[in-house]
Design a protein around this ligand. Structure first.
Ligand code: COA
Length: 165
């Protein structure tokens, strides 16, 4: 029984992430989607808010479980009995960073490998920061995120850009 882990910042979850989640859930018996902190980013949503949005969008996929972790990805992967870490590749520009991350994680936890899924073409341009920025200027983000997520992004982006955060 193969257990996979899809880690990320998910700030917020987009259709691009959901595409990877659905495809990974079809391949592996169990998929854990985990919100982890990327220390070089200043998130718009708290970890709990990101977990809650992910739970909402994954609620109909039976073998997907959503959680969060505050330490090293390699450590969490090993502790949770993960066989493979899933990462999405959107373009060649993602590759260098992803390769380095996969190799570092493999060095830290030799029992865990990384598997890359190429992002579907229709979402290759998409990123969470694009979604946040378009929303901040009042643009339409419904092509990028599900309705429930869009609502939350508009609320947060509005608060932030009105100086309440
Ligand atoms: N579709 C759409 N967008 C996608 C995507 C897809 N399939 N795959 C990635 N992205 C986007 C994300 O939205 C995000 O956009 P943003 O930069 O505009 O916010 C960007 O690609 C990359 O984000 P993400 O996949 O969330 O990775 P990350 O680089 O923010 O974080 C962690 C990766 C969280 C897994 C990594 O930082 C980590 O492991 N942290 C824990 C600490 C640790 O172990 N550090 C050592 C790592 S070697």
């Amino acid at each position: 029984m193969a257990k996979a882990l899809y880690p990320g910042s998910f700030d917020p979850v987009t259709f691009g992430h959901i595409d990877i989640i659905k495809r990974a859930a079809d391949i592996f018996d169990e998929l854990t989607v985990a919100v982890l902190n990327n220390k070089s980013k200043k998130p718009l949503f708290s970890v709990d808010e990101r977990v809650s949005m992910l739970k909402e969008v994954c609620k109909d996929i039976p073998n997907v479980h959503v959680t969060s972790y505050s330490g090293l990805l390699a450590e969490y992967a090993e502790e949770s009995g993960t066989d493979v870490i899933i990462r999405g590749l959107r373009a060649i520009t993602d590759f260098e960073y992803e390769l380095q991350m996969a190799q570092t994680n493999h060095k830290l936890s030799p029992s865990v490998d990384t598997v890359f899924l190429t992002t579907s073409l229709e979402y290759a341009y998409l990123s969470s920061s694009t979604v946040r920025e378009v929303a901040a200027y009042g643009g339409d983000i419904h092509h990028f995120v599900p309705e429930a997520v869009a609502k939350k992004v508009y609320e947060k982006a509005g608060e932030k850009y009105n100086g309440n955060q």
